[in-house]
Design a protein around this ligand. Structure first.
Ligand code: XIL
Length: 326
């Protein structure tokens, strides 16, 4: 039986999100199936610069070393986000919002330090994460970035990253990327960046999907639309929850046959789509390694387990695996 990376080797990279524990404990599984990794949390601003000017690079260094020792790529995630930012970032010593100029200075200092440290060694950076509003007409999600700097915070983030490492691939990354309304907003946002000459090289589709949503039609329409930008596409955080949105049951102790069957069918069609667009789509990363651990345990429903991957809790192939590894 082929491994995941063997199976897709002429098509796209196959990645896994890792954290401080799994990078230690799951090395064999990582080496076997994957040729790319992403830090699940450890390269976010909260972890990289918990206090102003105090950077903690040790876990990220270790992950990158592991990747390089084993011929894997590392996707850098993420530089500018509304979440998992240390509180000091947006505040002055009195707890008030800093000025636009000061926040731009802090953004530049952060990006400079992190991108320069790993210059030439990161496959792609998620420079800006989740800046688009989910519903309605409003384009930008409310955040300190937009409140204090304004819409051009995105342009600046990409410019600073490009200055720090001119050869790095720079991505805009978002979720609900396949929902038509948000898809169009993301498309227009990235198109605007390109029109203004902002250095951007790719769009990240997080792909936090489930057994029922999004539809194949919407996913294909999104991949097609983003392809028109002429940039690389990466699937950056894939998981396929066995629960529908709104299903809040916490008493499901193992996935039913029906769930596993439907999940397998979904995965097969998703990967068929990825393969169809392989000219544009160059990397597919799962937001974890195997069902032994997923951030979806406890999110969005506390105390609920989930089984969103193609490898089971023991790291063995699930029905979904057999439908994508052909
Ligand atoms: C998640 C991690 O998996 C969790 O451990 C953490 O508590 C919150 O963040 N979109 C992203 C990721 O871009 O960084 C998020 O990761 C999941 C949603």
């Amino acid at each position: 039986m082929k491994t995941l990376k063997e199976s897709f080797k002429d098509k796209f990279l196959v990645g896994a999100a890792v954290n401080a524990e799994t990078i230690e404990n799951d090395q064999e599984l990582l080496k076997k199936h994957f040729n790319s990794i992403t830090a699940e949390n450890e390269m976010k601003p909260m972890h990289m610069q918990p206090e102003q000017g105090n950077f903690t690079f040790d876990v990220a260094d270790k992950m990158l070393q592991f990747a390089e020792d084993n011929g894997m790529e590392l996707r850098g995630h993420t530089l500018v986000w509304h979440n998992q930012m240390p509180k000091w970032f947006f505040e002055d010593e009195n707890g008030n919002d800093v000025s636009r100029d000061e926040l731009l200075r802090r953004m530049k200092a952060h990006i400079d330090a992190v991108v320069t440290r790993y210059k030439g060694r990161i496959h792609a950076w998620d420079v800006v994460n989740e800046a688009v509003e989910d519903r309605g007409e409003q384009v930008y999600r409310q955040s300190k970035w937009i409140d204090i700097i304004g819409e051009d915070f995105i342009d600046y983030a990409f410019k600073y990253a490009h200055e720090a490492d001119p050869d790095a691939l720079l991505f805009y990354n978002d979720y609900n990327e396949s929902h038509p309304n948000k898809r169009e907003k993301i498309y227009q946002l990235v198109k605007g960046l390109l029109d203004r000459g902002v250095p951007i090289h790719g769009v990240g589709l997080q792909a936090h999907w489930n057994l029922y949503d999004p539809s194949y039609e919407n996913i294909e329409a999104a991949i097609k639309r983003y392809s028109e930008l002429g940039l690389q596409l990466h699937v950056t955080e894939m998981d396929v929850s066995v629960f529908e949105f709104g299903d809040e049951r916490t008493d499901v102790k193992e996935p039913t046959k029906e769930m596993l069957h439907l999940q397998a069918e979904r995965y097969e069609r998703f990967f068929d789509l990825f393969t169809k667009y392989q000219e544009h789509l160059t990397s597919v990363t799962f937001w974890g390694i195997s069902d032994a651990y997923t951030w979806l345990n406890d999110f969005p429903v506390k105390g609920r387990k989930n089984w969103p991957f193609v490898l089971d809790e023991k790291g063995e192939p699930k029905p979904a695996y057999h439908r994508i590894v052909k």
